[in-house]
Design a protein around this ligand. Structure first.
Ligand code: 5RP
Length: 280
């Protein structure tokens, strides 16, 4: 790795412990105003001090994150589809490398849809993005998007993650599954896990803990943090698992303690989350 690539990569996967707590707030790129992310500025602000990096689109970055904040940015550069459109897998590159450089991002993120109708298009986009990232020293995060018809098991995820790494992705985001260590074993670059649909806090902490125990380098978590009634308490609890080797009980105690401390007024309960289910 050249110096620039190494420097940016170290802003994503922290060299101190080889771990990463990425906060995902990119959901609107195909879901629109997702529950609790309607006012992204408001959602992001209290969580910023606790996340290692922020994953989002250029629109939300420009409008909802102060440029003065020194938070590493993972820029989602793929999209072009919507939840009500023809086929979610028909993604393309939506943001140029010049724009990413102007925005001073630390990493580029793009979804691949292995096994879907537009598999080839998304894999070719990944290869192109890696070429561009390599040229300018910007690492690429490949997101293994799982269509409704795919089994989210170690065989499928292992295939998708390995292909992403073979095409040159520097980090891969996937889902935790049974026999996750098999997925890790077959992927030569760091794997981080998405949180998926909102779970009770204890279950989400268990998911983060199990992922780390079985070889994940961290999390790229969204809804399980900001759809919690106590998002700051939740991000602190996840952070304890990722960076301080807390177990589930310790992390949950942090959540409970922080929840008391912040005395955050619970927002209204999330509506049925089915609107976000299609990419789970
Ligand atoms: C969607 C994404 C999301 O960022 C990702 O799924 C993480 O968010 P969550 O923890 O809410 O699943 O990449 O394609």
């Amino acid at each position: 790795m050249d110096w620039g690539m190494k420097n940016r990569f170290s802003r994503i996967i922290r060299p101190q412990d080889g771990r990463c707590l990425m906060l995902a707030v990119d959901h609107g790129y195909f879901l629109g105003p997702t529950e609790r992310l309607e006012d992204a500025r408001k959602t992001i602000a209290p969580l910023l001090p606790h996340a290692d990096s922020l994953m989002l689109t250029r629109g939300i970055l420009r409008n909802c994150v102060p440029a003065e904040r020194d938070v590493p940015i993972v820029l989602r550069v793929s999209g072009g589809t919507s939840i009500i459109g023809e086929d979610l897998s028909k993604e393309t590159i939506t943001t140029s490398i010049e724009e990413a450089i102007k925005l001073n991002v630390s990493c580029l993120a793009l979804s691949i849809f292995v096994g879907s109708k537009y598999e080839h298009q998304t894999l070719a986009s990944l290869a192109k993005l890696v070429d561009e990232g390599e040229k300018y020293g910007i690492p690429v995060l490949a997101v293994t998007a799982v269509g409704k018809e795919m089994a989210r098991d170690a065989r499928y995820l292992g295939l998708a993650c390995r292909i992403a790494a073979e095409l040159g992705a520097h980090v891969v985001k996937t889902y935790y599954c049974e026999n996750f260590e098999k997925v890790v074993e077959g992927c030569p670059v760091p794997l981080i896990i998405a949180g998926g649909k909102k779970l009770p806090e204890l279950d989400a902490l268990k998911l983060a803990y199990d992922s780390i125990q079985h070889g994940a380098s961290g999390v790229d978590m969204g809804r399980n943090i900001w759809q919690s009634d106590h998002p700051v308490a939740m991000v602190k609890a996840v952070k304890a698992i990722v960076h301080n080797d807390a177990d589930v009980k310790e992390a949950y105690n942090i959540f409970l303690k922080e929840r008391e401390k912040t005395k955050t007024e619970p927002q209204k309960a999330p509506k049925a989350l089915s609107q976000t289910a299609s990419f789970d």
